[in-house]
Design a protein. Structure first.
Length: 245
């Protein structure tokens, strides 16, 4: 029996977020016909990942691959999800669960994010905010800062990372940083998979700095994101099958 793919997102109080995740999972199903694919969430949305995994075990599955729909390897990926998987395996004897790498800063996702801002009118007075959630984990924030540095070279424009929470620079500080470098118009790139409260907060703060700021859409309605999800599953399943051999 081929192990099912369980995609797990963070979850949100904003229903648009879960709806976007479900739409992404539908694309994964369409692009991987015959594969048993399930959406799930860590918190705030249903179904929870623990409930999905227990349901698969009750249905006779003895292995599964969990793909975290996360753009950074921070607390949720390093602590929350492993703890939930351990909880399930402790309650489900013989159930082997492999957790794939997060989606992370995959080149495909970077290309999608850059394409989202391609339609923005840009000139020598333009600055780009690469907006992301922010983390208490410095390594996760450093990945976003590294992306901003690479984009600056690629675009030939000043680019700053900008975090919605837990890290600096926040949106006002990043906008001020760009103004100090001569930027008067803001383009806000999205390092988010789905719409929600934090992207909305970013948009509001960016428009306080520039009422005409261009705000890019999140990434997950692009079918290439589903390709990355399937790629993470494929890499993880090979390890799961080797462990079972």
């Amino acid at each position: 029996m081929t192990p099912p793919l369980v995609a797990v997102a963070h979850g949100s109080r904003d229903p648009r977020s879960a709806a976007t995740v479900r739409a992404l999972v539908d694309v994964v199903r369409a692009q991987a016909p015959g594969l048993d694919v399930h959406e799930s969430f860590l918190d705030l949305s249903e179904p929870r990942v623990t409930d999905v995994l227990r349901g698969l075990y009750a249905d006779g599955h003895r292995s599964a691959v969990v793909v975290p729909l996360l753009l950074g390897s921070a607390f949720h990926a390093r602590v929350d999800l492993p703890a939930l998987v351990d909880e399930v395996t402790a309650a489900c004897p013989g159930f082997r669960i492999r957790v794939s790498d997060v989606l992370g800063a995959d080149p495909v996702l970077q290309a999608v994010a850059l394409e989202r801002i391609a339609e923005a009118r840009r000139g020598s007075d333009t600055g780009v905010l690469l907006s992301a959630v922010g983390s208490s984990n410095p390594e996760a924030n450093a990945v976003v800062a590294g992306l901003a540095a690479r984009w600056e070279k690629q675009l030939g424009l000043p680019v700053s990372e900008a975090f919605a929470s837990a890290a600096q620079p926040d949106i006002p500080a990043a906008a001020a940083r760009l103004r100090d470098r001569g930027a008067r118009r803001l383009v806000v790139a999205s390092w988010f998979l789905a719409p929600g409260l934090l992207p909305d907060r970013i948009a509001s703060l960016a428009r306080e700095a520039d009422p005409h700021a261009f705000i890019a859409e999140p990434l997950a309605d692009d079918p290439r994101v589903a390709d990355v999800v399937i790629g993470r599953y494929a890499a993880a399943i090979s390890g799961l099958l080797r462990a079972a051999a």
